[in-house]
Ligand binder design. Sequence first.
Ligand code: NAP
Length: 534
Amino acid sequence: MASTVENRVGSEARVLQSYLGGKWQAGEGQGAGLMNPTTGDTVAWASSKGLDLKSALDYSRNVGGPALRKMSYGQRAELLGKIADALAARRDDWFEIARKNSGNTKADASIDVDGSIGTLKFFAKIGSKLGDAHMLRDGAPMRLARDANFQGLHLGVPLDGVAVHINAFNFPAWGLWEKASVSLLAGVPVLAKPATSTAWLAQEMVAAVIDAGSLPDGALSILCGSPNDLLDYLRLGDVVAFTGSADTGESIKQHKNIRQQNIRVNIEADSLNSVLLGPDVAPDSPEFGFFVREVVREMTSKAGQKCTAIRRVLVPAEQAQAAIDAISAALNAVVVGDPANPMTNMGPVVNMAQRKAVEDGIARLRTKAEVAYVPENFAPLDADLARGAFVPPTLLDVSNGDQADVIHEVEVFGPVATVVPYRDKQGAFALARRGGGSLVASVYSGDAAFLAEAGVALGTTHGRVMLIDPAIGDSHTGHGIVLPSCMHGGPGRAGGGEELGGLHGLWFYHQRVAMQGSAVTLRVLSEASADPHE
Ligand code: NAP
């Protein structure tokens, strides 16, 4: 099916359309403006006013779903490969949009864009292992009674609804495709709802994929603009996968229709992630250098707008000053400015509202913390501070982390982190857990026994724990990088969700059923299924 999106990269202030019910549609009126955070210029408008979202959901369910589920996992894995190819062919366009609408440097855009293409390719590859199957299988048929012929088998049947994917502003590309990869592989059509402020990239990518013509009609839709009454029309068999702030996540969980129909919801929300420098690490050790580099990278990559970014830096009290000095020296070398200039290491945050939120957040942290580092005479390169959404990298520190509640409760979504000294390892673990459930913690140490102990201690309150000894100091993929092979999510405040984790992620889009019957019937079912864990 040909796309009819008229506005392409390069034209001024385009109007974003939504792809619903198999056609491009514009909402009424101008809607919300999307800005270039470097210049303050408006780059696009998005309105969803008046769009018929009930019909759009019906179309996905009734047209896209059956077409996808007629295919096997192996065939759908091939589709993912074709999506990756269509996106890879226009990589330069995506980088340009990421710069213009998200203020991304090339390195920032690579995490989002190349991360999406890599995730699609990963699921294309591992999905192909499921071959001709149409269902998932968990284990083998088992005898249930005295009659050996009466048996049971756990199967996963793909859901017959639509997957509504609601995404945050910071990963318009990766957020879209990491969810869509798993959903499409499962056989469940996608209705994506990108965050309005950065929806341009998501919309153009969807247009490229629709234009490529490889997906069945109704398999992929996108809603640009406000979600309006979208959640009112969900029903049994639909799912919501949400990424965003804890407040919005809570309001989705409490939505009347979601509660009444018990719609399956996965929430990926904010997180007060930490890095923990082991008690054994001296300032002249390699571990210390790896730790400092990672803190600075996490503070400045995407201007600190990663849900997994390090917010709290836990260090032995006797090393606190050395850590502050080393991190500050490295931050001082960071060039903030227009991401179009190759000298720039860090761009702006996404818009003026977010800049204000970060500034307000820093003010809240400062009720308990001191500023340890902020650049003198902050002036972004090739940009006007009055018009651009620039925030200086800011390092704070507290003397008593136990008593500074705000440090453990307020996620400042920008280039900001706080150094928190600890007295002993139990105190360090307790501080890390004060985040109330986090996506990720990293621990740096040369002591394998300590790393293992920390992993277990932090495991109950974290979705991922990265244990770094010097042997992997250079080769690990990074504290903030989510890999498609590993589970992404976290308990408590982080939303309690689980995404990705290789084929494990498929279960969210399947109904688990305990099938009971005779051996011959279960053999038929077993032969139509594949065990993703084999
Ligand atoms: P947000 O304000 O919560 O918005 C997230 C998404 O929810 C947007 O698409 C938004 O649409 C939509 N939305 C807002 N109200 C809604 C409602 N009542 N019903 C349905 N959808 C609704 O978050 P954000 O500012 O975009 O993102 C920043 C936050 O996301 C940070 O706190 C960060 O920690 C978190 N985050 C978490 C992860 C993770 O994987 N755990 C990843 C990235 C970001 P509109 O844009 O149209 O309002």
